[in-house]
Design a protein around this ligand. Structure first.
Ligand code: TRP
Length: 343
């Protein structure tokens, strides 16, 4: 991550373009890392791809958020990206709001999307349930902004979880509609599944998520915090005739497999079906294993904390590289849509 080579960060038009991002709500957790960022790493390290990764801070404001913490939360995402191995020499890394063209393109796109279509998306309905008093236009527009994030770079591939598929479909529909109506040339993006893992929640239900209190372990958590998090994971009597396939115990076993290997999991399973499984021991060992697994990320993260101006320069350079493409796409789109002054 030298600064001299940083200045060469650019976007190569001949490669397959990849775009992805993480809603900027603070530090990344294990689910973000194993479920997404590890996949970003593989793509950045593959010379066939040209990758752009951002902290999606404009998406953060689609649900209630803390304005005093937004800038810091956004920088935390970038720092965790860098600590996890994303490299500004290999990928464009920045913040969404520093490329305001995303928001401009989203407004243009909103003219080809019906309100009813957005209201019927499962992701929208889920958020309405979570925040019934905050059903804003920004929330309704979430998928349109996401389509703009992707299409503004003509990205072909979007490494992201299956839960984002409805949004990628919206992006494809917008691309088709814009191309039909205005003769633009947006490619239809595809969701891309990388060699990532599904990381369950510590609450026993669903996937690890920042928005569900107590469900996650952050990349930079202390051993003590990891222990406390695991302690809250619900368990049972530790013995039975069949292994649970859902809930806290199933999730703990998944964690054991990820961080301690298949053999350790098999041993615990045998205990469960036989003499009984002691969750206290399992959780203590697992906490150590997770903590050790995260050591390299933690070390890189603390080095970055000593050099915040480097982080800020990476963000700024990434934004400049991204804006070169983004502004060209917006100009092309406005021209095709008939706006004044676009030659
Ligand atoms: N909606 C994505 C999520 O919650 C975050 C996101 C915003 C995104 N814009 C994007 C992901 C564009 C991929 C591409 O995970």
């Amino acid at each position: 991550m030298s600064l001299t080579s940083l200045s060469t960060t650019s976007i190569n038009p001949t490669k397959t373009r990849v775009f992805s991002g993480t809603r900027a709500t603070g530090r990344l957790h294990l689910g973000n890392y194993l479920g997404a960022v590890k996949g970003y790493l593989d793509l950045q390290n593959n010379p066939d791809f040209d990758c752009i990764y951002m902290a999606m801070d404009a998406h953060t404001i689609t649900t209630p958020y803390d304005a005093h913490g937004l800038a810091q939360a956004s920088r935390e995402v970038v720092m965790d990206y860098l600590a996890a191995g994303l490299d500004p020499d290999k990928a464009v890394i920045t913040l969404q709001s520093l490329v305001p063209e995303h928001m401009e393109l989203a407004f243009l796109f909103s003219s080809v999307v019906s309100v009813a279509k957005m209201q019927h998306l499962p992701t929208f309905k889920d958020k309405v349930k979570q925040h019934p008093d905050n059903v804003t236009m920004a929330l309704l527009n979430y998928p349109i902004l996401m389509a703009a994030d992707i299409l503004i770079y003509q990205a072909a591939l979007v490494p992201t979880g299956i839960d984002q598929e409805p949004h990628i479909e919206v992006a494809r529909e917008i691309a088709r509609r814009m191309n039909d109506l205005y003769g633009t040339n947006f490619p239809e993006p595809k969701r891309f599944t990388t060699a990532t893992q599904y990381v369950p929640s510590l609450t026993g239900a669903g996937k690890m998520s920042k928005s569900v209190e107590g469900s996650s372990i952050n990349l930079t958590d202390s051993l003590d915090t990891i222990r406390k998090r695991l302690a809250t994971c619900p368990t049972d009597g530790g013995q039975g005739e069949v292994l649970p396939t859902t809930g806290g115990v199933a999730n703990l076993l998944t964690f054991v497999e990820i961080f301690q290997g298949q053999a350790r999991r098999a041993a615990y399973e045998a205990d469960y079906l036989g003499k009984g499984l002691r969750y206290g021991d399992l959780k203590a060992e697992l906490a150590e294993a997770i903590f050790a697994y995260l050591a390299p990320i933690r070390e890189k993260r603390s080095a970055l904390e000593q050099d915040l101006s480097l982080v800020d320069r990476i963000i700024k350079q990434g934004a400049e590289a991204a804006r070169t493409i983004a502004s060209a796409t917006v100009a092309m789109t406005k021209k095709q849509m008939g706006f004044y002054g676009q030659n």
